[in-house]
Ligand binder design. Structure first.
Ligand code: SAH
Ligand code: SF4
Ligand code: F3S
Length: 475
């Protein structure tokens, strides 16, 4: 999970090796119409989670997933618009699908997700091969759109909703290790961070029915899953009112409800916004062993003037106080961040403030980017993108270098300590080793022992560490 690659997209936390991941079904559940779909996902965890909803909707109309695009009757690409590079990657993939379509006429190609929402019908004009354009709130319309596209009518639905949460759709767990799963608890975002395209591509914020979340987590636990990540662009503003009792469920309350399903079900969550994370959330993390001691708390910039331009609604002091509060209430908590280098008008001194806040916060890791202007955003309309690319890149390199050093030191401090680790599967390099994470979200690799399997909890003593991974042994 440690990745310092500046091209990584999204609400953090998607392992870069997973970008463009292909989903396939674990089990065939529904009647097949003999047709196959292929889906590739980019961007944040939310997009990966949405692809599982799309897969569920398609499987209900008889489509089976395939890992091989060349065999597919329907090729879908679930896209991200967060930075220009993310969109460039998608356009490159469309060129590849174009060739496949030539070899297999009749194949339909659909663009889903944030790029579909941002570009709308323009996508159909710009990309001749695209048959379907479907925005993040319109996936229930896929069966209709696929049917009309099969008849030669290009289909588009990019209507954003104020209510849609797909609460009743049971996601098809695809490309899963059977241990960890994502659960979307809300959609959209009401924070108008000036650099960010998400409020435009995902629409207004809305929270999902809390009982449907608990039911989904319970079902996953019963199927053998041992970790759920509660997803939202700003999980701390989760708020759902029980229509019968009028009881308001906050994020802290929701986490506790999920944590109480079973002590062996781990809870993670992403992303927290510094302005909204409450002490109640911190107390819940402290009080429940199965709520992971890890908070992704993106700072974006360490300078108050830049934060104001970014419309983040907190300043440097406020952020530092939050960090103090986290370590005070949960001393063994790991904190990670997102940082943008070279935002409009950022001076060298202001860039230094970002470096010093990384040091102050002692992040275990960060996702780091240079500013990429997005059409239509507040920043694009109000501020000049005036930092030359070379300077953006140089500042980003300095940020990455510092964070790597801090991650290394953070990890070195774990040597000699013993952690409870949830086994996720074989390590990347060897089938003689397992990998799993501790509560602080650090990946630990250790030699296997008989009778242990993915989904088991084990105690592992760390005996070496790089800036990215810990290595240890079972005790
Ligand atoms: N909702 C999350 C973040 C979603 S986007 C939050 O508020 O923290 C993930 C990250 O992408 C952001 O935290 C930000 O660091 C980065 N990002 C967003 N827009 C960007 C842009 N225009 N240029 C560069 N990075 C951007
Ligand atoms: Fe974008 Fe800000 Fe919303 Fe995060 S909180 S998704 S950065 S607008
Ligand atoms: Fe996620 Fe990218 Fe959209 S980060 S919300 S897929 S713009």
């Amino acid at each position: 999970m440690y990745n310092n690659n500046p091209t990584l997209e999204g609400i953090g936390n998607i392992d870069e090796s997973k970008q463009g991941d292909v989903f396939y079904k674990e089990q065939m559940e529904s009647d097949s119409n003999g047709k196959q779909f292929y889906i590739e996902s980019y961007g944040c965890q939310m997009n990966f989670s949405d692809s599982e909803i799309v897969a569920s909707i398609l499987s209900d109309i008889g489509f089976n997933p395939t890992k091989n695009a060349e065999n597919a009757d329907l090729i879908l690409i679930n896209t991200c618009s967060i930075r220009e590079k993310a969109e460039d990657t998608v356009r490159q993939r469309l060129r590849v699908f174009d060739k496949m379509k030539n070899n297999r006429p009749g194949t339909l190609v659909g663009v889903l997700g944030c790029m579909a929402e941002r570009l709308k019908a323009k996508l159909l004009d710009q990309e001749k091969l695209v048959d379907l354009v479907v925005g993040p709130d319109a996936y229930r319309d896929l069966p209709k759109l696929v049917a009309s596209a099969s008849d030669g009518d290009k289909g588009i639905n990019v209507i954003l909703s104020r209510e849609e949460t797909y609460a009743d759709i049971s996601p098809l767990r695809l490309d899963s290790n059977g241990v960890c799963a994502f659960i979307s608890i809300m959609r959209g975002c009401d924070n108008m961070c000036s650099f960010c395209v998400v409020p435009f591509t995902r629409g207004r914020e809305r929270s999902r029915n809390a009982f449907s979340i608990v039911a989904e987590a319970t079902d996953l636990f019963e199927k053998g899953y041992r970790e759920v990540t509660l997803l939202g662009q700003n999980v701390d503003s989760y708020k759902w009112e029980n229509p019968e009792t009028k009881e308001v469920i906050t994020f802290a309350k929701l986490m506790i409800m999920v944590a109480e399903i079973h002590p062996d079900l781990r809870i993670r969550f992403s992303t927290s916004h510094p302005k909204d994370i409450t002490d109640d959330v911190l107390y819940a993390i402290r009080d429940y062993e199965n709520i992971c001691k890890y908070i992704h708390l993106p700072v974006q910039s360490g300078n108050s003037r830049v934060l104001k331009l970014m419309n983040r609604t907190y300043d440097r002091e406020w952020y530092k106080n939050k960090i103090d509060r986290i370590y005070e209430i949960i001393p063994d908590c790991a904190v990670s961040s997102d940082i943008i280098s070279g935002f409009c008008t950022e001076t060298e001194a202001e860039h230094q403030d970002s470096l010093s806040i990384i040091e102050y916060s002692n992040y275990s890791m960060s996702y780091m980017f240079y500013y990429s202007e997005r059409p239509g955003t507040l920043a694009a309309r109000k501020y000049e993108d005036d930092i030359p690319l070379e300077i953006k890149k140089r500042r980003l390199t300095e940020v990455i270098r510092l964070q790597n050093q801090i991650s290394y030191n953070h990890n070195q401090k774990d040597i000699g300590k013993t952690f409870k680790v949830l086994i996720e599967g074989d390590s990347k390099k060897s089938d003689q080793e397992f990998k799993g994470r501790n509560s602080q979200n650090k990946m630990i690799v250790f030699p296997k022992k008989e009778h242990l399997k993915a989904g088991d909890y084990v105690m592992v003593k760390v005996n070496s560490a790089s800036s990215a991974t810990l290595r240890g042994e079972l005790i």
